[in-house]
Design a protein around this ligand. Structure first.
Ligand code: MG
Length: 244
């Protein structure tokens, strides 16, 4: 049994399983979060040469994702059918995500995906499961001769580190919501996690949040997050959820 306590969970007043008067948004990372595997890594390992060294530099914080994508692009070889087939065979959607999405919609909680990954596989995976979710990400552009390019329509030119600036997106969403919950797992989630009201984190993000003092909760899948939201919506702010 893995017990997930939420000592840091901010109370969200509510009754009858809802959140009346509160505009609540759940923002989810995609790779390693909505999709249990990091599709971006799997994808680049398969189709891009010399990815490992670039990934090492990225993980060590020596370069940002935008620079990493730009270095990778010339070594990338694949066409659309090959990539689609690969994505659909290797994706691993969090099995609790569709149910979590229905739960949110039933409670009038908005959910958006922000990703520093690529639109091509996010769109393919959501379509496979019939999930209609607003998402924000980098773009994969197909060229001739199995070559590709990356585009970064959501980059922050002042910073320039990430392909998609999740922090800017949080700032854009903020005026429409009273409370924002963030769900993520990795390096690109550290910055947006500092700008939200509640963070659910897997190991890399959790460690970074611990170091920089951002309150957060460990989770394993979207079933855990649903149980937390159910608990606080029934005004049981001190409860814990358990996972078999
Ligand atoms: Mg991730």
């Amino acid at each position: 049994m893995t017990a997930i306590t939420h000592d840091h969970l901010l109370p969200i007043p509510g009754s009858n399983g809802g959140f009346p008067g509160k505009r609540l948004l759940v923002v989810c990372d995609f790779d390693g979060t909505v999709c249990s595997v990091d599709m971006g890594n799997v994808f680049l390992e398969r189709f891009a040469e010399d990815w490992e060294e670039i990934d090492r530099s990225y993980s060590a914080g020596e370069i940002g994702s935008r620079a990493a994508y730009r270095r990778i692009a010339p070594f990338f070889r694949a066409n659309r059918p090959q990539m689609l087939d690969f994505v659909l065979r290797h994706e691993r959607l969090d099995p609790f995500f569709p149910d979590f999405l229905s739960f949110c919609r039933g409670r009038k909680i908005d959910l958006k995906i922000v990703s520093d990954g690529l639109d091509f596989y996010i769109e393919a995976i959501l379509r496979k499961y019939g999930l209609d979710v607003e998402f924000y990400s980098n773009r994969l552009i197909f060229r001739e001769d199995d070559r590709i390019d990356f585009a970064f329509p959501l980059a922050n030119e002042k910073c320039g580190r990430c392909g998609t600036c999740k922090r800017s997106l949080i700032d854009r969403f903020r005026p429409d919501y009273d409370r924002i919950i963030y769900v993520g797992d990795g390096y690109s989630d550290v910055c947006p996690a500092r700008a939200v009201d509640q963070v659910f984190a897997k190991p890399i993000l959790y460690e970074k949040c611990e170091k920089n003092g951002t309150p957060c909760l460990r989770y394993e899948d979207f079933g855990d997050i649903r149980r937390c939201l159910e608990n606080i919506s029934s005004s049981n702010a001190s409860a814990s959820v358990t996972k078999p």
